[in-house]
Design a protein around this ligand. Structure first.
Ligand SMILES: NC(=O)c1ccc[n+]([C@@H]2O[C@H](COP(=O)([O-])OP(=O)(O)OC[C@H]3O[C@@H](n4cnc5c(N)ncnc54)[C@H](OP(=O)(O)O)[C@@H]3O)[C@@H](O)[C@H]2O)c1
Length: 237
């Protein structure tokens, strides 16, 4: 099998870590970007952790230009994301900027940097969006807006690149059991069927990558069977 290379953002925890564990099973060598990787991450030739703050977009672009000289990427997964919730007038402008950069600008920038390679490789771009992209998100107006824009970008991109054999898809997960809500006053309900696991999202990525090449799946929505969240006690905020 030809070596295949994937660039994955947000590979250091949650959904991204689950995807990083799954991709080598499909023959990918993964360049995974994050800021702090767990100490016990298994060292493997098929996983290259890259410590980088995505908000430093100049540094990011320079690093990706270096990497693509060594690796013909055939897969880009824009997974890194950050969410801050609450009344919009109470949201710190720096957090609005951070969400816009990490959730939207970085996926568009990485796509721009890798698209020529992806066309050569007839590769794929997967954007980890959110169900919030498809619905109104009071107390998450800015986060929801970044995800709606990411999904719109993904849909337009598919129409732009499909004739080159490149596929683009957005996955829209609902509440997933990760550290994502550490800054929120709510979290996943502990019942197993009230939230998704990171592995459920990794399975959707696997589904996209193993679909027949002539059948482009462009949009997947994943929801837990039950719809329930839990308020955190005030002293846990
Ligand atoms: N959990 C959910 O319920 C849920 C639902 C729908 C969609 N999503 C989406 O799923 C994606 C993954 O989130 P998750 O649930 O797995 O949350 P998570 O465990 O908090 O993971 C977020 C990842 O993004 C990385 N990241 C964030 N800001 C970064 C920055 N400035 N520079 C470098 N890396 C950065 C984090 O790296 P470090 O920790 O190393 O900084 C981490 O690897 C996000 O796009 C999120 O919007 C999550």
């Amino acid at each position: 099998m030809e070596p295949r290379y994937a660039l994955l953002t947000g590979a250091s925890s949650g959904i991204g870590l689950a995807i990083a564990h799954m991709l080598p099973q499909l023959g990918y060598t993964v360049c995974g970007i994050g800021r702090s990787f767990p100490q016990d991450i298994p060292s493997s030739p098929s996983f290259l952790p890259i410590c980088l703050d995505l908000t430093r977009t100049g540094e990011l672009a320079a690093r990706v230009r270096e990497l693509r000289r060594e690796m013909p990427f055939s897969l880009l997964i824009n997974n890194a994301g950050v969410g801050y919730f609450g009344l919009h007038e109470e949201l710190n402008p720096a957090k609005i900027h951070e969400m816009t950069t990490v959730n939207l600008e970085v996926p568009m920038l990485l796509t721009h940097l890798l698209l020529r390679d992806l066309k050569k490789e007839k590769g794929m771009i997967i954007n980890i969006s959110s169900v919030t992209a498809k619905q109104s998100s009071p107390h998450g107006c800015a986060y929801g807006a970044t995800k709606a824009a990411l999904s719109a970008f993904s849909a337009s991109l598919f129409d732009e690149v499909r004739k080159y054999g490149v596929r683009a898809a957005a996955i829209h997960p609902d509440m997933t059991r990760t550290r994502f809500y550490r800054n929120a006053d709510f979290t996943a309900d502990p019942a197993q069927d009230a939230s998704l696991s990171p592995q459920d999202v990794a399975s959707a990525v696997r589904f996209l990558l193993t679909a027949p090449p002539d059948c482009a799946v462009t949009d997947i929505t994943l929801r837990p069977q039950k719809h329930r969240i839990q308020r955190k006690p005030q002293n846990n905020l």
